[in-house]
Design a binder for this molecule. Structure first.
Ligand code: FA5
Ligand code: MG
Length: 414
């Protein structure tokens, strides 16, 4: 009883985020459901479409920007914890105290000091402070957003920064260039501090880079358009939209980094650009995934489609039945006299399981140390396309497969 009381008390006073306790206060609005997403890291799961797509973006940045000796100059960060301070998420990026994104209705607060990052940009200042000029951050981000086919409260972003050395600017410009504007002239096109020329070079470089990126990762011409945007942390700011499934979808936001951020991070003598893109928003058209929620599926009918596709391979997602799977394993000793190959078994499963079988996969292989007999274990995934299967009818089909495998292939069920 005492233990239970303690437990309840703890539950009221603290909130566990990824196993670590945080003090609750009047800001706390994270829910158990949202917290359960932390640590999934779909962008780091081998074989997950978001991880595959991440690799395409990394390949672009490694290939497009090379150092003196051909080495990649961009560093990649994909394991930064999504728990950030409110300072990192907002203040360090000059987000005004009354900006709507700070509302409890829009973001997930752990308490008045910590929150779940609402964008990967939350790490920008910290990384620039470390001395980095070129980097891309990949991570899960959390927002109290609407839910529809392109919005989900947990999604993934890639955030990139490119800060120019004076040399780089000069190379692009062709001659000596002044980064700063002695007249501090502010307009819709530029920040007061930067010269018109430097601003133009960086803006063009930003747009050209992102268009090259889109073209390379899509491996084809994709329709896109630029819009003007506003972000507290960049000026000028833009948004890139791409055309998919009969509509324009917002893919990314970007702009010239506010000089004050660079100054506060120890890079006040520089100019640079930044962008933040929604990984799902690009991966959806790339793999023809019609709904953002599908990325959270652990259904093997979904995940298996992305297994073993070659590095430059591209697949088109095939919709999975909405009815649940039934999974039955089968283990047997291979025949001693007859030759055996897995394909014979697959054939037999197709024969007796028909449309009910979605997948068959060899999941375990074992050789008896004394008899040297080999056994295989296969996982058979059953699913009906139009209705929910019950376990009994699956067992019946499974039995039929066992009986006929024994009779026809000469295997021995274990
Ligand atoms: C930002 O998050 C800025 N931090 C981007 C940025 C970085 C601008 C650096 C300038 C410099 P925005 O809120 O528009 O911007 O989100 C960026 C992208 O995330 C969107 O373009 C979209 O692709 C994706 N996105 C936003 N909300 C969702 C959502 N609920 N579900 C899925 N993707 C989303
Ligand atoms: Mg936006």
């Amino acid at each position: 009883k005492v233990l239970n009381l303690n437990k309840n008390y703890l539950a009221l006073e603290t909130v566990l985020v990824d196993g670590k306790p945080f003090k609750r206060d009047e800001y706390t609005n994270v829910t158990p459901n949202i917290l359960s997403f932390i640590g999934t890291n779909n962008h780091n799961r081998i074989g997950h479409p978001l991880c595959l797509f991440k690799q395409r973006l990394i390949d672009f940045f490694y290939g497009h920007f090379k150092g003196r000796t051909g080495n990649p100059i961009f560093s990649i960060y994909d394991k930064i914890n999504p728990v950030v301070t409110i300072n990192e998420n907002f203040d360090s990026l000059l987000v005004p105290k009354n900006h709507p994104s700070r509302n409890k209705t829009d973001s997930y607060y752990i308490n008045k000091t910590y929150m779940l990052r609402a964008h990967a940009t939350a790490h920008q200042s910290e990384l620039i402070k470390m001395g980095l000029d070129n980097f891309v951050i990949f991570g899960d981000v959390y927002r109290r957003d609407e839910i529809d086919s392109t919005h989900y409260p947990v999604f993934h972003q890639a955030d990139g920064v490119h800060i120019f050395t004076p040399n780089e600017l000069e190379l692009i410009h062709g001659s000596n260039i002044n980064i700063f504007d002695p007249n501090q002239y502010i307009s819709n096109e530029k920040q007061g501090v930067y010269s018109k020329e430097a601003n133009e070079i960086v803006t063009n470089h930003l747009k050209n880079t992102l268009v090259s990126m889109i073209k390379q990762v899509f491996d084809e011409d994709i329709e896109y358009r630029w819009l003007t945007e506003y972000f507290p942390f960049t000026h000028p700011s833009f948004e890139l939209e791409i055309y998919y499934n009969g509509q324009w979808i917002e893919a990314l936001g970007c702009g010239v980094i506010q000089h004050e951020i660079l100054k506060n991070s120890g890079a006040g003598n520089r100019i640079g650009w930044a962008f933040g893109l929604g990984l799902e928003r690009l991966a959806m058209p790339f793999y023809s995934i019609p709904d953002i929620r599908i990325f959270w599926s652990n259904d093997s009918g979904f995940l298996n489609q992305f297994e073993n596709i070659p590095k430059d391979g591209r697949i088109k997602y095939k919709p999975v039945s909405i009815y649940p799977q039934c999974i039955n394993d089968i283990s047997f000793w291979l025949p001693e006299e007859k030759p055996y190959c897995s394909n014979d078994f697959y054939e037999l499963v197709r024969e007796y399981g028909g449309h009910l079988v979605e997948q068959v996969k060899l999941i375990d292989e074992f050789q008896h140390p004394k008899t040297k007999n080999v056994s295989h274990c296969y996982r058979i995934v059953y699913r009906h396309l139009e209705r929910t299967l019950n376990q009994e009818e699956v067992n019946e089909v499974h039995k039929l497969i066992e009986t006929n495998a024994t009779k026809i292939l000469g295997i021995k069920i274990r």
